[in-house]
Design a protein around this ligand. Structure first.
Ligand SMILES: Cc1ncc(C[n+]2csc(CCOP(=O)(O)OP(=O)(O)O)c2C)c(N)n1
Length: 322
């Protein structure tokens, strides 16, 4: 139950949610000023999912992520300055400036990579989990993907393989209701993705993805199961992205009322309320925490802006032709 969690620990999870929010808002600001190349997909509004899942992961547990991956990667412990360096296309960035926002990876903290291919993280997660199982490890893999990925072949093949081999994977669907401009309800008869889990003979749970505590509870069960060799679980975390598919998308395919109703369920506000009720975070503490996080992100963004641009010739380095 939500009451069981240690308020000091929850305060650190809240800090991580604030960090993701601040990172995304700063990145959007810089993008709109024309400072960042490429595309930017914001995860504002979805912060409870990555934080609630990774809360149970160790440093050497693994994750796979998506084109909307900043939150997953920050929650797993990535350095925001190196992330901004990558967003700026700098040599010192996570991928020497060649990957940008959609391809950040850091094996040292178990981030197997963000991924621009919808559903592309699923086979990577399943392969990594097979490797862990073969080596007799108790590590687990959390595989984050959107509702759009659930209709790909990669998802179905991957979940089935993980199921038959009892692989240690958490399949975490962040159902933010849309794949680009397409509402999930128009491309899928299933109203509840747990039916997919049943189809493959694994447990599945529908989770309020805007409630950190609900995500924590469900993810704890799934991680424990995977660690003890019990196999995969599918979590459908229902949430919402506050911005369009990418920064700059006018998002005319959804109503202002719909957006407002989800903003009223801001995942940050719920955690702040929980902490306040327990006397763990008063107004002053909350303001201090937000200021600390903002300063950290401003410094990270400034470091990103100071990065070295790669030499044009380096475009041909690290390129493989088979
Ligand atoms: C295999 C593949 N098909 C199509 C695309 C184009 N595309 C990029 S993002 C996206 C929508 C993804 O929606 P979802 O998986 O729900 O993630 P969300 O953007 O909602 O986080 C699509 C169709 C792609 N990148 N890869």
């Amino acid at each position: 139950m939500a009451g069981d969690f240690d308020p000091a620990w929850v305060t650190e999870l809240y800090r991580c949610m604030l960090r993701i929010r601040a990172f995304e808002e700063k990145a959007a600001e810089l993008y709109q000023k024309g400072e960042l190349p490429g595309f930017l997909h914001s995860s504002v509004g979805q912060e409870a999912v990555p934080v609630g899942v990774t809360a149970w992961l160790e440093r050497d547990d693994l994750i796979t992520s998506t084109h909307r991956g900043h939150g997953h990667i920050l929650a797993k412990g990535a350095d925001p300055a190196r992330m901004f360096l990558e967003l700026y296309g700098s040599e010192e960035g996570y991928n020497r400036g060649k990957g940008g926002s959609m391809h950040i990876m850091d094996f040292s903290i178990g981030v197997l990579g963000a991924n621009g291919i919808v559903g592309g993280g699923v086979p990577i997660a399943v392969g990594a989990a097979l490797s862990l199982q073969n080596r007799g490890s108790d590590r687990v893999v959390a595989c984050f993907f959107g509702d759009g990925a659930v209709t790909t072949g990669a998802f179905h093949e991957g979940v089935n393989m993980a199921a038959i081999w009892d692989l240690p994977v958490l399949f975490v669907c962040e159902n933010n209701q849309y794949a680009e401009s397409t509402p999930h309800r128009t491309v899928d008869r299933a109203r509840d993705l747990t039916v997919r889990a049943q189809g493959y003979g694994i447990p599945g749970e529908v989770v309020d993805g805007n409630d950190l505590f609900a995500v924590l509870e469900a993810a704890r069960r799934a991680v424990e199961r995977a660690r003890r060799g019990g196999g995969p679980t599918l979590l459908e975390c229902r949430t919402y992205r506050w911005y369009g598919h990418y920064i700059g998308d006018p998002a005319v395919y959804r109503s202002e009322e719909e957006v407002a109703s989800w903003k009223a369920r801001d995942p940050l506000g719920r955690v702040a309320g929980w902490l306040a009720e327990r006397g763990a975070l008063d107004e002053e503490g909350e303001a201090r925490l937000r200021a600390e996080v903002q300063a950290e992100i401003e410094a990270a963004a400034a470091a990103g802006a100071r990065g070295r641009r790669p030499a044009p010739e380096s475009a041909l380095e690290d390129v493989y032709a088979g």
